[in-house]
Design a protein around this ligand. Structure first.
Ligand SMILES: C[S@@+](CC[C@H](N)C(=O)[O-])C[C@H]1O[C@@H](n2cnc3c(N)ncnc32)[C@H](O)[C@@H]1O
Length: 297
C-alpha cells in the first residue's frame, strides 16, 4: 500500500471535505447537456462513437446522484456511483433505488477504490470533483479514470482552467485566511462576501486598468451560496490545465478530444496539440470546462 493511501493527514482532509457536503448539502439537477448521446456524438467526431442506449456508466464523485439517476433512465447498461459524503451517498441510493441492482452506489474515499474491483465502463462522469480534491487524490483519480475506461470509452471531466479561475483561486486563499473556520457556515459566507466588497472598493480607489480583476470579483460575488461555500472555503480548490490532464491521462492511453462545447481544434493534428490550444483559449480568460477524454490506446 502506498504512503499516500495510508497518510492520516490526507485521510483527515478528505473526510473534512466530504463532511462539508453533509453540513451544507449540494444537490444540483442533472445536466441534459451531458447525456450519453451528446457525449458520444462529440466522440464520434473523432472516430469513437458508440450506441449510447446500452452503455456501462461510472460516476466518480456522484454526489446526490442526480446525473446517475438521469443516465440510468437512458441506458440499459450497468451503472455505479461513488461518493464519500454519507448524506450524498444516502440520497444517491434512494434516488436510484428503482434501477437496482443494475445501478449501485458505493460510499468510499477515492483513495480506497481500485480500478480492477470497480470494473470497466463505456462512460465515466467526473463532474465538480477534481478541483476540490488534494493533489494526491487527483493522482489517484486519474489512475482510476484510466483504469476503468474500456477501449474507446470516454470520460467527461469538469475543471476550472485559465486566467480568471487562477485569479479566483488566489482570491479564495485570501478569503480562507480572513474567515475563521469555527464560525457557522452562513456567517463564513457573509464575512467572505464582505471581504470581496472591501477589495472591490479599494480597487476602485487605486485606479489603473483593473477590469479583469474587478470582473472576477463581481463574478465570485454573484456565485450561488452553496457553491460559494464549497469552492471558496475548500483549501484544495485549484485550477487545472487541459495539457496537464492530457499529460496525466495520456501516459495511460487516455487522450483529450475536446470540450463538451467544442472549440475549433479540428485542424490540429493530435490530442497534445488540441490540449495546448485549449490552454491558449483558456489563457484569454478561461472558465469552467467539461473536457472529454477517450481511451484511444
Ligand atoms: C461538488 S460535489 C459534485 C457532486 C456531483 N458530481 C455533482 O455534480 O453534483 C463533489 C463531491 O465529491 C465528493 N468527494 C470529495 N472528496 C472525495 C473523496 N476523497 N472520495 C470520495 N468522494 C469525494 C464529495 O463528497 C462531493 O459529493
Amino acid at each position: 500500500m502506498s504512503g499516500e493511501t495510508t497518510d492520516p493527514v490526507l485521510r483527515g482532509l478528505n473526510a473534512a471535505i466530504a463532511e462539508n457536503y453533509d453540513r451544507v448539502p449540494y444537490d444540483p439537477p442533472a445536466s441534459p447537456g451531458l447525456d450519453p448521446a451528446q457525449v458520444f456524438a462529440l466522440a464520434a467526431h473523432y472516430g469513437y462513437g458508440r450506441d449510447p442506449s446500452a452503455i456501462d456508466v461510472l460516476d466518480l464523485g456522484c454526489g446526490t446522484g442526480a446525473q446517475l439517476e438521469r443516465v440510468a433512465g437512458l441506458t440499459t447498461g450497468n451503472l455505479l456511483g461513488t461518493d464519500l459524503s454519507r448524506s450524498a451517498y444516502a440520497q444517491a441510493v434512494a434516488r436510484t433505488a428503482r434501477f437496482a441492482p443494475r445501478c449501485r452506489v458505493l460510499c468510499a474515499d477515492f483513495m480506497d477504490l481500485d480500478a480492477d474491483a470497480l470494473g470497466q465502463f463505456d462512460l465515466i462522469y467526473h463532474i465538480g470533483v477534481l478541483y476540490v480534491t488534494p493533489p494526491a487524490v487527483q493522482r489517484r483519480l486519474l489512475e482510476l479514470i484510466a483504469g476503468c475506461l474500456k477501449p474507446g470509452g470516454v470520460a467527461v471531466i469538469s475543471y476550472y482552467a485559465g486566467t480568471v479561475p487562477l485569479l479566483m483561486a488566489g482570491l479564495h486563499k485570501v478569503l480562507r485566511a480572513s474567515v475563521p473556520p469555527y464560525l457557522p457556515t452562513g456567517e463564513q459566507v457573509r464575512l467572505a462576501k464582505a471581504q470581496i466588497q472591501s477589495i472591490l472598493a479599494t480597487l476602485g480607489k487605486i485606479g489603473g486598468d483593473q477590469r479583469l480583476m474587478m470582473g472576477m470579483l463581481q463574478q465570485v460575488l454573484g456565485t450561488e451560496e452553496t457553491i460559494f461555500f464549497h469552492e471558496m472555503l475548500n483549501q484544495s480548490f485549484g485550477t487545472l490545465s487541459t495539457s496537464a490532464l492530457e499529460t496525466g491521462l495520456g501516459a495511460r492511453g487516455v487522450h483529450f478530444l475536446n470540450w463538451m462545447q467544442p472549440a475549433p481544434f479540428e485542424k490540429d493534428a493530435g490530442a497534445r496539440e488540441r490540449s495546448m490550444k485549449a490552454d491558449a483559449y483558456a489563457f484569454a480568460g478561461g472558465g469552467y470546462y467539461y473536457g472529454v477524454f477517450c481511451k484511444t490506446e
